[in-house]
Ligand binder design. Structure first.
Ligand code: SF4
Length: 221
């Protein structure tokens, strides 16, 4: 197969993004939140858990622990109990309280708004940091989750599973102002059409742009 130039890939990425923007005009972060603290907590909880489940747990959690200080000072067994149904609760509770203590100790209780400071918090990697930066602080970020890895590989825009490499590659293919929304659109497409076990290629708006399309495009006639 002929190697695609970066310029052609960028053109195709723009076309893909355009199609997805028309298909998902309301694409947005599925985790319910009111501020950076809430989104950071919800994103940590969403590891190995559905957003739907996290959204069931967070209202009571935020009522009990409305800010980083309250979370930092809470008995750890109560935090474990509050997040039990999201799975991996011991690990998540440790990350949540470690994050909260550092936010209190080093940032006066306010969630920081830089990649550098966010990724120094316990339990916070680039993906989680980009969710918060893009959705609360308006700082563009690509959220490379399982859908972003799978779909961008299928679409031939990236190769491999290394999330940081994928993020860097996509940063060269798409303009910064599209990074956050591109992530939301790809994630929605991965949940609804390009489903892992049974991609619905004949119904996919990216069919003609996707080198992995399973079925020929249906004739319009
Ligand atoms: S054409 Fe198929 S493999 Fe390609 S993005 Fe669409 S559903 Fe996924």
């Amino acid at each position: 197969m002929k190697r695609e130039s970066t310029a052609r890939k960028a053109e195709r990425a723009a076309e893909i993004n355009g199609w997805l923007a028309r298909e998902y005009p309301d694409a947005a972060c599925a985790l319910v939140h009111n501020d950076a603290y809430q989104l950071l907590v919800a994103t940590i909880l969403s590891a190995q858990c559905t957003d739907k489940r996290v959204n069931l747990v967070t209202p009571a959690f935020f009522a009990a622990y409305p800010d980083a200080r309250a979370l930092a000072e809470a008995p750890s067994e109560d935090v474990v109990e509050a997040i039990h149904s999201t799975g991996f609760y011991n690990h998540k509770a440790k990350s949540l309280q470690g994050m909260a203590r550092q936010v209190v100790d080093q940032h006066g209780g306010q969630i920081p708004d830089t990649m550098e400071a966010l990724t120094r918090l316990p339990g916070v990697g680039r993906k989680t940091a980009n969710v918060v930066l893009g959705n609360v602080f308006g700082i563009p970020g690509l959220t490379v989750d399982t859908h972003m890895i799978r779909l961008n590989n299928l679409l031939g825009l990236v190769q491999g599973k290394d999330a940081v490499k994928i993020e860097r590659t996509l940063m060269t293919l798409l303009p910064p102002e599209e990074w956050t929304m591109y992530s939301h659109r790809i994630i929605e497409h991965g949940r609804t059409v390009c489903i892992a076990r049974r991609p619905r290629c004949p119904d996919c708006v990216l069919n003609e742009l996707c080198p992995s399309a399973l079925e020929p495009v249906k004739s319009a006639s």
